[in-house]
Design a protein around this ligand. Structure first.
Ligand code: BES
Ligand code: MN
Ligand code: ZN
Length: 461
């Protein structure tokens, strides 16, 4: 496994010049004549991800140059520097670049993220190039972000056979143990006594018992509650998913993975807030005990829900967790969930669609998202669509027919359960990189949590 940290400077680091196409001519003039001739003869054009090794007189590698592409390419490709890491020979490197601030931060973070590999089931060691922490960046913060992202990816990538409700609870306990956080869990039939009926209903068909995981940390400061969808596998229940849709459903605890990754970042950086993480952890399975289409469930909050599709299970388990979060009236509630296929259809896998009624919170989040290059996209809590989630014989419908605005109606459903807390933000994420890209191998992915990590202190100040 390559390292997710920067290396100590022992004086041996060789320069890695980061060069844009626009800066190529100037770059060539700073090289000594032999190096310049070498780079020119090699045809190095600073194309994105291109690399040239520059020899010393004795045949050693003296330096390297990596291409960032044209300025406009750089807006299209994230984490280009991540692609350079795997192309460099083993040893210690340091960045030589004109990049400033966020660009440099992204370059360095890309490098760290290129060190991630999901190696639980296969071990193969990679060549190892390491980087000295660039001057002028807050490098320990980047290490914190990379480790939080790695946690998210590991949790999502672990198949459901090894990441059921029990293992998700254990992962939360492990995380809590590192920071002295407290964890309490209500599971199985005790969910009924604790008035968490919809978590029980969704999870009861599986022998891997459903539960609500509740972690708290922090003594002072504003209160934030993160709620993450922890559906460890989503078969769709009795309204079973077709094979093509079910294939990836180990990632249906991606919301839980993301809030745990964010919690890691906040605790590791000792954020001045009171944090609570609620994860309803269930497997949406099929058995004689399954909840059924047509059933009407009474939620923790008392609202009744008619089940029109047992595959719209995420909003049910989240509803009880959100109601519980809401009772404590924190300053802010944030939910994250792989909630709808409609969100992915709307914005694809790169953007994290989110909902809030607060323009100020949206502005703060989007500024942070730009700074840390973690793109988010605001969607509307469109009040006129409230009627779509009202079936008539119960208070709410979990799966409105017609299929219009699927991500919005799911978000409106969740918002019904947050009535006493003034600020609520919801992310309908995909949690998965479908095709490997620099710094983002195919598999589980953090979405929106770097932006939140950056934005939260300011939002709550
Ligand atoms: N976990 C799925 C949503 C999902 C599907 C996320 C594919 C990412 C990729 C969720 O539980 C679900 O099945 N939602 C249904 C809701 C519908 C039945 C109202 C959906 O989106 O089709
Ligand atoms: Mn589902
Ligand atoms: Zn689901």
């Amino acid at each position: 496994m390559k390292s997710l940290k920067f290396a100590a400077d022992d004086g041996s680091a060789r320069p890695l010049h980061l060069v844009t196409k626009e800066d190529l001519a100037v770059f060539l003039t700073v090289l000594d004549p032999a190096a310049r001739a070498w780079v020119e003869a090699s045809g190095f054009g600073a194309k994105s991800g291109e690399i040239v090794l520059i020899p010393a007189a004795g045949g050693q590698i003296a330096a390297a140059a990596g291409g960032l592409g044209g300025r406009s390419d750089r807006l299209r490709k994230r984490f280009i520097v991540a692609s350079l890491r795997g192309k460099l020979p083993e040893g210690l490197w340091r960045l030589e670049t004109e990049l400033m601030d966020e660009d440099l931060g992204e370059a360095a973070l890309g490098w760290l993220l290129a060190g991630y590999k999901f190696d639980r089931y296969s071990s193969s060691s990679d060549a190892r190039a390491d980087l000295i922490a660039p001057a002028d960046i807050h490098f320990s913060r980047l290490e914190t972000i990379a480790a939080g992202e790695a946690l998210v990816r590991d949790l999502i990538n672990t198949p459901a056979s090894d990441m059921g409700p029990d293992e998700l609870e254990q992962a939360t306990r492990d995380l809590a143990g590192r920071f002295g956080a407290e964890v309490s869990v209500v599971s199985g039939d005790a969910l009924l006594g604790a008035n968490l009926p919809m978590i029980h209903a969704v999870g009861r068909a599986s022998p891997r018992v459903p539960r609500l995981i509740d972690m708290t940390w922090g003594k002072a400061g504003p209160a934030v509650t993160l709620v993450g969808k922890g559906v460890c596998f989503d078969t769709g229940g009795l309204n079973l998913k077709p094979a093509t849709s079910m294939g990836l459903m180990k990632k249906d605890m991606g919301g839980a993975a993301n809030v745990l990754g964010l919690a890691y970042m906040l605790m590791e950086s000792n954020a001045a807030l009171r944090l609570r993480v609620l994860v309803p952890a269930v497997e949406n399975s099929v058995s004689g005990a399954s909840f059924r289409p047509g059933d009407i469930l009474t939620s923790r909050k008392g609202l009744t829900v008619e089940i029109n599709n047992t595959d719209a299970e995420g909003r049910l388990v989240l509803a009880d967790a959100l109601a519980m979060a809401d009772e404590a009236k924190p300053n802010l509630i944030v939910s994250m969930a792989t909630l709808t296929g409609a969100a992915r259809v709307a914005v694809g896998p790169d953007l994290a669609p989110y909902y809030t009624d607060s323009d100020a919170d949206a502005a703060a989040l989007e500024a942070a998202a730009r700074d840390v290059r973690d793109p988010v996209w605001r969607m509307p809590f469109w009040n006129p669509y409230e009627s779509m989630i009202e079936p008539g014989i119960a208070d709410l419908d979990n799966a409105p027919s017609g299929g219009f605005a699927g991500s919005i109606t799911a978000a409106l459903f969740l918002r019904r359960f947050v009535t006493d807390t003034s600020r609520y933000m919801h992310f309908d994420i995909y949690g998965w990189t479908p095709k490997s890209e620099p710094g983002r191998p195919k598999g589980g992915a953090g979405q929106g949590i770097r932006a939140l990590f950056e934005a939260l202190p300011g939002m709550l100040a």
